[in-house]
Design a protein around this ligand. Structure first.
Ligand code: ADP
Ligand code: MG
Length: 693
């Protein structure tokens, strides 16, 4: 249970004074639902208002706080003209300038003949001094409140800077006194403040150093978050290692048959990965291994061979895919090989109903099915295996951890192989999997043609359409991916439908459309027609992103490529170049294209190495912003920025190893404090792995 010392921080934001039902949704959107989320909302910079010159000394472009006598109001003569107020001190005068101002409000704030403290950006304009829309106007006795270093927070519509600052500072008053969880010697060496002091310094910055990403305050807080992340992963891992597994060592008979039936021999990377998997499966502990391999690197056959090992031992295996299309594709690839080996394979998806489904389930429970392929339908309650020994989860980021566990619970001591085609940079791998065992397919099957990638402005769309027309007449098959308009699927769809209409007008019947809103059967039908060559062009939203295999497709057009994450572009491009024909990828971009966007598309043009692309994307955009990150289910950090605090991550990993070596049950005083840290960063599940948790 979460320690009660954290209760105030984990209360809803509405427990803070001044946040009622109207404000709460705004804060939820900006920071989160809980008080603690406010503390994690970090300033992007500071405004120093301590500079207090006289009018005559106030330089152009600087933030200044001045004490001035209000002289005269000049209401605007027309809605287009500003409202001006003249103020002065003993060295000169200036004007405050307001557009769309309410006169009654201004007269109350700035009564003629009284002194006021004004803070804002000073401008010298047409030989006069002015301040447009000053940030603060207060009576002289409140000067001390204005003349500070003010944090600048990211905002959301409906909340002002002043409100957000005030709310965060209120949240700060709820800070409990917590025991120090960091190693004292390490803190001293790094010259870092304590936790509460760091948070206070962040939200009451003494100067800009307090909010700088590589300053001691931010580094201390980032390290707390990274340590919680690494420690939690290490604990879950340690628990896994304590679980008994079963020693699965096949005799190789089934494998030998499949190897003969394969039209190719395995690549070195496939053989190496398979040997690593075999090692895990044969060990008396539970396997949890990640198989990473770019699209087209041949994960499916590795998964199948692993399954055969379990089946040779008389047990069952399952391969789970995130979509119907992929599950069917696995079935298509695997069933001829399974036939050659003489094993029994079944497919179970959400579409199987009634009698047909009952039959599949009965065969599975009776042990008459050796290998079950399918989708989420696999972990429905009434799906029971006779003896499940190996579960493979394909494109595992599409599934939650609990789903993985549900599948594992369908057998005894189930070995687990998870696969992903999202190239994950090493740093990010560490944050989401910790020290999880992993194998990399870093070598493509032979005979693959490189994909000729071009980066082209959307303005040349007509030209590209003509080129596509020529390619089709020469027998090519074309994917046309439509832009991610917003988060909303409806607008994605509208764009795809529009392009489908447009291309159909030009190329007639042989243009298909596939999108996420379509029913499973309809989707499959379109995909099948494209695979069979009945369609020349497949217009799609990103539903084709994951795994689909049509080796005859040789052209990939991506509209508004700049709106996609690099990982996603890489996945999309991986749909072509799968056969032996030359392939091409056209990345169409809209204007204006910023420097970073340009650099990102240039990387796509320059390389097809998914790992390199992922590293570069991380470098260019930082971990939190990586579009691919969200899709790949990697954690997002609130305080750490991996493009800046990457080296702290390695330190956190080493520290968590050391901690668990010395104090595996977190029972020492530091261990107790670390439990609090885990709860603070909502790693409750990790604490529950402790016997005394
Ligand atoms: P992914 O890793 O994207 O899941 P797949 O397993 O779908 O890749 O494999 C892509 C294609 O490459 C398939 O058509 C598969 O038959 C083929 N393939 C796999 N391994 C090899 C190999 N060693 N040599 C030649 N082709 C291979
Ligand atoms: Mg695959």
């Amino acid at each position: 249970m979460r320690p009660s010392s954290l209760n105030a921080l984990f209360a809803a934001v509405t427990t803070l004074p001044g946040i009622g039902p109207r404000m709460a949704p705004l804060y939820q959107k900006l920071t989160g639902e809980k008080v603690v989320d406010l503390l994690w909302h970090r300033p992007s910079g500071v405004v120093d208002r301590r500079f207090a010159p006289k009018v005559a000394e106030a330089p152009h472009g600087k933030v200044a706080t001045l004490t001035l006598l209000v002289e005269t109001h000049f209401p605007s003569s027309s809605p287009k003209r500003p409202y001006r107020v003249r103020l002065s001190d003993d060295t000169g005068f200036l004007h405050l300038v307001f557009f769309h101002a309410r006169e009654d409000w201004l007269r109350r704030q700035l009564p003629e003949g009284e002194w006021r403290v004004i803070s804002g950006v000073v401008e010298h304009f047409n030989g006069e001094i002015q301040i447009n829309h000053p940030d603060h106007i207060v009576p002289v006795d409140q000067m001390a409140e204005v003349m500070t270093v003010e944090p600048i927070y990211p905002l959301t519509a409906g909340l002002t800077a002043r409100q957000v600052t005030k709310t965060i500072r209120t949240a700060l008053t709820k800070l409990p006194a917590l025991p120090e969880w960091q190693d004292a010697a390490w803190l001293t060496r790094q010259n870092w403040p304590g936790w509460a002091a760091a948070l206070t310094a962040l939200h009451h910055p003494a100067d800009e150093h307090a909010v700088m990403e590589d300053g001691p305050v931010r580094r201390r807080l980032a390290f707390d978050e990274l340590l919680a992340n690494q420690l939690a992963l290490a604990m879950v891992r340690a628990q896994m290692r304590r679980l008994k597994g079963r020693e699965l060592k096949g005799d190789g008979t089934l494998r030998a048959k499949v190897r003969v039936a394969l039209a190719f021999s395995l690549t070195g990377a496939q053989e190496r990965s398979l040997a690593e998997i075999d090692g895990d499966m044969a060990a008396p502990t539970r396997m949890l291994r990640l198989l990473q391999g770019d699209v087209g690197s041949g994960k499916t056959v590795v998964a199948l061979l692993a399954c055969l090992s379990a089946i040779e031992c008389g047990a069952q295996a399952a391969i789970m895919a995130p979509t119907e299309i992929l599950a069917r594709q696995h079935m298509a690839t695997i069933s001829p090989l399974a036939e050659a080996a003489g094993i029994r394979v079944a497919l179970l998806t959400g579409r199987d109903k009634g009698k047909a489904r009952d039959k599949i389930l009965a065969a599975l429970a009776a042990g008459e099915t050796d290998l079950l392929l399918g989708t989420h339908a696999l972990f429905q309650e009434d799906v029971t295996f006779k003896d499940l020994a190996l579960a493979v989860v394909d494109e595992q980021h599409r599934f939650g951890v609990h789903q993985r566990l549900e599948l594992a619970a369908k057998g005894v001591a189930v070995d687990m192989l998870v696969m992903t085609a999202t190239p994950i940079p090493r740093t990010l791998l560490l944050t989401s999997y910790g020290d999880m065992d992993h194998s990399r397919l870093d070598e493509k099957p032979p005979g693959r043609q490189p994909v000729d990638t071009r980066v082209v402005p959307l303005a040349r769309l007509d030209e590209m359409v003509s080129a596509v027309g020529r390619a089709i007449r020469a027998g090519a098959r074309v994917y046309w991916v439509c832009p991610l308009v917003e988060e909303s699927e409806t607008s994605d769809l509208a764009a795809a439908e529009e392009r489908h209409r447009h291309l159909s007008q030009l190329f007639g019947e042989r243009v298909g459309l596939v999108h996420g809103r379509m029913k499973g059967a309809a989707k499959d039908l379109v995909m099948e027609r494209f695979a069979a060559g009945d369609l020349d062009i497949l217009v799609a939203t990103t539903v084709i992103e994951v795994g689909v295999n049509v080796p005859e497709a040789t052209v990939m057009v991506i509209e508004h490529a700049e709106r996609f994450g690099l990982a996603q572009l890489h996945q999309l491009r991986g749909r072509v170049g799968r056969g032996d024909k030359e392939s091409r990828c056209l990345l169409l971009y809209g204007h204006p294209l910023g420097e970073v966007a340009k650099a990102r598309l240039e990387i796509m043009r320059a390389t097809e190495d998914g790992f390199l692309i992922a590293e570069e994307d991380l470098r260019l955009r930082g971990g939190g912003e990586m579009l691919g990150t969200r899709q790949s289910g990697l954690p997002e950090f609130r305080l750490a920025d991996l493009s800046i605090h990457g080296e702290l991550l390695a330190a956190a990993r080493d520290d968590s190893r050391l901690i668990l070596d010395r104090d595996p049950e977190l029972k020492t005083p530091r261990g107790e404090a670390l439990r609090v840290l885990l709860y603070l960063f909502e790693r409750d599940a990790a604490v529950r792995t402790l016997r005394s948790g």
